[in-house]
Design a protein around this ligand. Structure first.
Ligand code: SAM
Length: 252
């Protein structure tokens, strides 16, 4: 697709794109999803099994909305890390969390999801919201998530998905292609970035395929849950407690 960068230049393109739309990202999200994004994030955190006093990682955290949702579940004794490579998105995340009840449980850092600066087996769970679509190598990032999660912990992705119902599916892609870039132009002055959003969603792997990538990356109990007719999906898996299915030698 014309609006998509090649694999080699993808990281730079994505970083620049999110740096350029950071300021209006949350407003656009609310408008595009009719405010449903909040409930989707809440459900994703519920599926992550994050609990009081838990440790958690949220990669591609952007403006920190899913990170804060995890922190809400972990409470004051929790320790949640949000990681993103866009300095402007991280800056907005810090602003968003400034008056948040559980702000002291959150730590935002700038870093690359393809190679995370964390030890093995340190987090109770790892989440990624609308992030895997944007990375150059989905499998590599999922492997990284698996690596840093403790045995028994959950790995969760919440992202755009591929609706299946005929007619609804065609209408959805038509509206997405026409309306979202126009709204992007109106509210963030950046039509190109929101054209990329459409193109990246259109070519993103089917949720069933993403669940298969989760399994290949070493997770068990993999499954997907369609939301809003498959417009969005939660894909999940659990790191096995016994090391039989997760061989670090396969890491690359
Ligand atoms: C669509 S936003 C999602 C933000 C947030 N998770 C949410 O729930 O709204 C995607 C984010 O992924 C980040 N991102 C993309 N590739 C990345 C990478 N390789 N490493 C770290 N962050 C990345 C972008 O900077 C952007 O902030």
């Amino acid at each position: 697709m014309a609006d998509l960068p090649g694999k080699e230049s993808k990281a730079k393109y994505v970083q620049e794109t999110f740096n350029s739309i950071a300021k209006n990202y949350d407003l656009m999200n609310t408008l595009m999803t009719f405010g449903l994004d909040k409930s989707w994030r809440r459900l994703a955190v519920k599926r992550s099994e994050q609990k009081e006093g838990g440790t958690g990682l949220d990669i591609c955290c952007g403006t920190g909305m899913l990170t804060m949702e995890q922190a809400r579940a972990a409470g004051r004794a929790g320790r949640i890390t949000g990681l993103d490579f866009s300095e402007n998105m991280i800056e907005v995340a810090r602003q968003n969390a400034k008056d948040f009840e559980f702000k002291d449980s959150i730590h935002f850092i700038q870093g690359d999801a393809m190679s995370m600066p964390f030890e093995n087996d340190v987090y109770d769970c790892a989440t990624v919201g609308w992030g895997l679509r944007n990375v150059p190598d989905i499998f590599k990032v999922v492997r990284e998530m698996v690596r840093v999660v403790k045995p028994g912990g959950k790995v969760i992705s919440l992202d755009m998905a591929q609706p299946a119902t005929p007619v609804f599916k065609e209408l959805y892609w038509l509206c997405f292609n026409r309306m979202i870039p126009a709204m992007g132009k109106l509210f963030s002055g950046n039509k190109k970035a929101y054209k990329y959003l459409y193109s990246s969603a259109k070519v993103f792997v089917h949720q069933k395929e993403l669940a298969a990538i989760f399994a290949k990356a070493g997770l068990v109990e993999t499954r997907y849950l369609n939301l809003c007719g498959g417009v969005v999906a939660i894909v999940e898996g659990r790191k096995p407690i016994y090391n039989c299915c997760f061989n670090m030698a396969d890491k690359n």
